[in-house]
Ligand binder design. Structure first.
Ligand code: GLY
Ligand code: MN
Ligand code: MN
Length: 432
């Protein structure tokens, strides 16, 4: 079977560039692509474009540089790797200078011309929107330009007056998803759901975590997700207490829980789903008790999601259920209020309940504005992922809970009137 997931249309990227230029009418914006990184001798890590560069350009190739100049006759300039016959033989096709003029670029240059052309393109410009420190080569070019313009400024009165980081405002743009972006996230979740289905069928006592990972990711690839949004966490037994465990080499035992936290990437947007279940199909009473609390915490937290609510409000909902549950389990003995106020829950629940989701699994966008938590708005997508972990750090844990780690994670869209759990159809073990 295949899943039909449409690409984002070119007008999405054009609209983003237009919005960006309207929001920064003075000066020029410079955005750099990622670069290939050596993994080991003669082998690079798989390249994946920097999310912000992709968001604005839709261009997948490394090393490129985009310059946006509102009001110029050629406002969108892109520097790209040129055609290279040897590269074509060894690695594959690149768009080249001619190829990118077809994707909405007003003027394209080879990267070989960057040093010479950059000062020309930025002539007379006094405000640069660039994330200093984000790219060594561009940092150097900007420093050189700033120094030169300080000297020539004595003659023409124009110099680089300010360098403003464009990443935070673009992060705010990325926070509100369009219907096409939501469709991409939904497709990523749909593929992830199929992966979880295969993982559930594969997990059993005696099976290794990597075998389950293989079943999960085989579905991702088979359905056209060319890569994960992040490395899959396939954690059984006490490994589930390691939040970002990616070793995935343990052999599962009868009586273990397995926690999988994984997300397929579709058109650069990722899902971020966690399910926890018993590898032999039956909870022990202790596992069941902890699972019920996490599930209840998640249900309360998801019910809270709505425009105007904050991620802190959602976290507080989950926290109260978890604190109460930890008292019932005998892990903590104080009142729920003092457990929350004094942070006594931290050894058992040490992460937040939610984060933004999109091109990055921990997507960009401010969690606070003017020192206050940002209120949710229609079009935001966030995770809701409470957990309880009886790992090494939970020293006073009753012995029969030791090694239990449970997290349940869904991806939720903020709608005009409330919320939609986009991953609701991925089965969860019921609490009873
Ligand atoms: N997959 C990482 C997280 O849930 O935040
Ligand atoms: Mn996750
Ligand atoms: Mn998450």
């Amino acid at each position: 079977m295949t899943i039909n997931y449409p690409q984002l249309s070119p007008d999405q990227f054009a609209a983003r560039r237009k919005r960006l230029m309207e929001s920064m009418p003075n000066g020029a914006t410079i955005l750099t692509a990622g670069h290939s990184v050596v993994r080991n001798h003669d082998v690079d890590y798989e390249f994946r474009q920097k999310s912000t560069f992709w968001y604005i350009t839709g261009f997948e190739e490394p090393d490129a540089v985009a310059i946006l100049r509102p009001g110029a006759s050629e406002p969108y300039v892109l520097f790209v790797n040129p055609f290279d016959p040897a590269y074509e033989v060894w690695v594959g096709t690149r768009a080249g200078v001619d190829g990118v003029t077809e994707i909405g670029v007003d003027k394209a240059f080879s990267l070989e011309e960057l040093d010479e052309k950059l000062p020309e393109l930025l002539e007379g410009i006094e405000t640069l929107h660039y994330s200093l420190g984000s790219d060594t080569k561009m940092d150097e070019l900007i420093m050189k330009l700033t120094t030169n313009r300080r000297l020539t400024g004595q003659r023409d009165g124009k110099y680089i007056k300010e360098i403003i980081d464009p990443e935070p405002p673009i992060g705010q743009m990325r926070l509100i998803k369009t219907s096409q972006e939501i469709k991409a996230i939904e497709s990523a979740i749909e593929v992830t759901a199929k992966g979880f289905e295969a993982a559930v069928q594969t997990a059993a006592p005696g099976v290794y975590e990597y075998e389950v990972q293989s079943a999960l990711e085989n579905e991702f690839r088979r359905l056209g997700s060319i890569r994960n949004g992040y490395p899959s966490i396939v954690a059984s037994g006490e490994k589930a207490c390691i939040l970002h465990y990616v070793t995935n080499r343990r052999q599962m035992l009868d009586g273990d829980l397995i926690l999988i936290d994984a997300g397929a990437e579709v058109h650069s947007y990722t899902a971020d789903i966690t399910r926890t279940w018993p590898v032999n199909g039956r909870f022990t009473p202790e596992q069941q008790a902890v699972y019920s609390i996490v599930l209840e915490a998640q249900e309360h937290a998801i019910a809270e999601v709505a425009p105007g609510v904050t991620i802190r409000d959602i976290h507080n909902k989950a926290l109260r259920v978890i604190a109460n549950g930890l008292v019932e389990l005998g892990g903590l003995h104080e009142s729920v209020d003092s457990i929350i106020e004094e942070g006594k829950y931290m050894p058992f629940y040490m992460h937040g309940t939610s984060h933004w989701l999109g091109l990055d699994v921990h997507d960009t966008g401010a969690y606070k504005q003017d020192d206050e938590p940002s209120p949710l708005q229609e079009g935001m997508v966030l995770t809701v992922e409470p957990g309880i972990y009886f790992g090494h750090q939970a020293t006073d844990t009753p012995a029969h809970f030791r090694g239990i780690g449970i997290r349940i994670e869904d991806n939720v869209l903020v709608t005009s009137s409330g919320a939609l759990n986009l991953s609701d159809s991925i089965p969860k073990y019921s609490a009873s």
